[in-house]
Design a protein around this ligand. Structure first.
Ligand code: ZN
Length: 392
């Protein structure tokens, strides 16, 4: 099995943008890729450029009437009848409004995750990373939570159809990976695992421990919901224990992981209080599981992340640094500040950033105001953790 890693990227992916005031901002891709380039951790020879997904590939996971309406709403001035229909497909909300070029941009993102899956399954790459992917909320016939087409589900469906491999999907976004879970809820050859803030308080309102799959897929859906204001130690204890247990019971042929980084304390859309430490640690755990169970086969995609200056560039770079065994990734797990970011990256972007850019890979979380009820939160998470894996 080759150890090389491929970075899947197309410049056109930044056209996946709803509007100027929307929190989903593709600038985060530019910032993260520039950070990797300035530290010499990403070069052109490592990059593979995807093509848009075909209709056949989209229709494997989405309904034909949905793909039709997405296309129809992608033109600068959609027909009134289609605009009237947008609501039925979840495409008229503040979260997921239609925009010109929507179909092409979303299909290109699906194409990126398909290419990442193909490179790994064919053995051309040991690991592959598609940072623009991870649109895990999209449903067969409905856009949802900033997601038009579900690239992660498309990659999994592609692996099943062409390679017949058993897939473990690991979702570390602060929001439940609902779209992927529901699409494969009764499939015994796909395990979906998600750690997230409990749906009691956060979109999409699902991801409870009792969602375990149905029919032949019973036991193949694993959910680890955590309490609001959970911090690093408790998050990582829950993640490590449950994801290892799930992998051990399922023994996947390949891992597809989603790396939304919106559980950070700075993120404006959630109530979890973690620091950059979890984004150094989680990719390392997944990397280890890929080698332990799946002969190294690992496909990673991005996801949510709405502090685009302080959180996303570091968190998403750390996935690639881990995947390529870069020394900077190992340095973040020795404690302390994890080492300096390249000074020229900070100089290049500070003027444009509304906040002070971080100077180091990890945060000084020790200096943050302690969360009241820390022990009670950790104890509640521990009880949920036992329930999450009790039938595995
Ligand atoms: Zn999210």
């Amino acid at each position: 099995m080759p150890e090389n890693a491929v970075f899947v990227h197309h410049a056109g992916e930044i056209r996946y943008k709803f509007n100027e005031s929307h929190p989903f901002n593709p600038k985060r891709l530019t910032l993260a890729i520039d950070l990797l380039r300035r530290m010499g951790a990403l070069n052109d020879a490592q990059i593979a450029v995807p093509e848009p997904a075909t209709d056949e590939q989209l229709l494997r996971i989405h309904r034909a009437d949905y793909v039709r309406i997405v296309r129809a709403l992608s033109v600068p001035e959609p027909a009134q009848a289609d605009l009237d229909d947008a609501g039925r497909y979840g495409l008229d909300t503040e979260d997921t409004p239609c925009f010109p070029g929507m179909h092409d941009a979303a299909a290109l993102i699906v194409g990126g995750s398909l290419l990442a899956a193909e490179l790994v399954m064919s053995g051309k790459a040991g690991h592959a990373y598609h940072m623009a992917g991870g649109l895990h909320h999209a449903l067969p016939g409905r856009g949802s939570g900033f997601c038009i087409y579900n690239d992660a589900a498309a990659a999994i469906a592609h692996i099943r159809k062409h390679w017949g491999a058993r897939v473990m999907y690991i979702d570390t976004d602060v929001h439940h990976g609902d779209g992927v879970q529901w699409m494969f809820y009764s499939d015994p050859d796909i395990m979906t695992y998600s750690i997230h803030e409990t749906g009691k308080y956060l979109f999409p309102g699902t991801g409870f421990v009792h969602e375990r799959g149905e029919g032949e897929g019973y036991g193949r859906s694993v959910n680890m919901p955590v309490e609001p204001y959970t911090e690093d130690e408790s998050w990582l204890e829950c993640f490590r224990d449950t994801v290892r247990r799930a992998a051990e019971s399922f023994r996947p042929d390949v891992i597809v992981s989603q790396h939304g980084c919106d559980a950070h304390a700075y993120d404006p859309l959630s109530h979890i209080h973690c620091s950059m430490s979890i984004y150094a640690e989680m990719p390392a755990v997944i990397h280890e599981l890929a080698h332990q169970y799946a002969d190294g086969r690992w496909i990673a995609v991005g996801g949510g992340g709405y502090d685009i200056w302080r959180v996303v560039p570091r968190a998403w770079s750390l996935v690639w640094l881990e995947m390529t065994d870069h020394p900077a990734a190992a340095a973040t797990r020795k404690g302390g500040d994890g080492g300096r970011l390249p000074e020229d990256w900070i100089r290049a972007w500070q003027a444009e950033s509304p906040v002070a850019l971080p100077g180091t890979w990890l945060d000084d979380a020790e200096s943050w105001t302690p969360i009241p009820r820390r022990d009670a939160i950790a104890e509640a998470n521990r009880r949920t953790k036992e329930l999450a894996v009790q039938f595995l």
